[in-house]
Design a protein around this ligand. Sequence first.
Ligand SMILES: Cc1cc2nc3c(=O)[nH]c(=O)nc-3n(C[C@H](O)[C@H](O)[C@H](O)COP(=O)(O)OP(=O)(O)OC[C@H]3O[C@@H](n4cnc5c(N)ncnc54)[C@H](O)[C@@H]3O)c2cc1C
Ligand code: FES
Length: 322
Amino acid sequence: MVLAKNETVLNGALRHGVAFPHSCKVGGCAACKCRLVSGQVRELTDKSYLLSREEIRDNFILGCQSIPLSDVTVELPVNPLANQHTTGTLTRQMMLTHDIAEIFLTLDDPVRYLPGQHASLRALYTEIPARCYSFAHRCAEDGNREICFFVRRVPNGLFSNWLLDPASLNQRVAVEASLGDFHLRPGDSALVCMAGGSGLSPLIALLEGACDTEAVNRPVYLLMGARSQRDLYYTDEIRALQQRWRAPFTFLPVLSEEPADSDWSGLRGWVTDALTPEITANAQGYLCGPPPMIDVAIERMTALGMDREAIFFDKFSDQTAR
Ligand SMILES: Cc1cc2nc3c(=O)[nH]c(=O)nc-3n(C[C@H](O)[C@H](O)[C@H](O)COP(=O)(O)OP(=O)(O)OC[C@H]3O[C@@H](n4cnc5c(N)ncnc54)[C@H](O)[C@@H]3O)c2cc1C
Ligand code: FES
């Protein structure tokens, strides 16, 4: 296929109808990673924050950040759960905090996903572009017909406001599943999970899914960053998960803007500052939420001696550049 001048590998492929996996299109999520088999590209951003050393050594690039300088051949990673397309109805919206809601869709056909993966949703019969949301609960073996997401209302956000608007109830939504490679990796080391805002959703899915497996025997630290007590949610459900867990499960909510004179006796400050050598020792990291939190967490985790290859994340990046 022939690409236009300065067109990225991803945009060119999409324009030619290739089902090239992608999410943010701005170098923030790694959904478009692919292996450069031959040829040369100009890279628009530093990919080392998203790709592992191994992937960089194996010539992986980000399709959305690579402009061909010659004829190129790229190879896409295999995601057996990709390309599930269905439609569904928005059936329930439950406010969890003043700006985060649990959103339920009932689908025409069940979708299968690995806990941690996300879907691309689009409101039918509107001009609002598709956006990505992470599945919030475990997936049944033969798939889920009811799917659920934690969605934060972004000020002036087109789709998040649509999803939280009571007038959108019973409206139809197009669903593309299952995207991304954020999921639980094998091993017996501790799991250090860090969530910011609605970033808790894939971590709940991941931990719920782990309850059905041997991973329930791995120690867990779940760090949840929020501004104040009114931004904390799902704490009862987390305590229920703690009860089901077989190894020690430490839940650490950390508040960054809680008034100094309040009754809060838990941790204060940035959630990334709550990482200690004890927490990170011989652990795997699972991070989800705003990109700046994830960048700082990776820096701190590696400074504390964690192997970069043992840190996995999903950045909830802005998709307005689509
Ligand atoms: C892989 C992935 C998974 C995601 N999972 C979730 C999820 O489970 N729950 C969830 O709530 N969100 C999630 N997001 C973010 C989500 O896809 C949307 O970007 C978000 O809901 C805003 O979309 P919008 O249409 O409402 O705002 P837009 O109309 O796209 O943006 C409105 C304004 O807000 C700014 N903006 C957009 N997004 C953000 C943001 N995240 N933070 C701050 N400012 C922003 C824009 O620059 C613009 O100025 C995920 C993103 C990715 C890439
Ligand atoms: S689509 Fe390329 S990094 Fe997100």
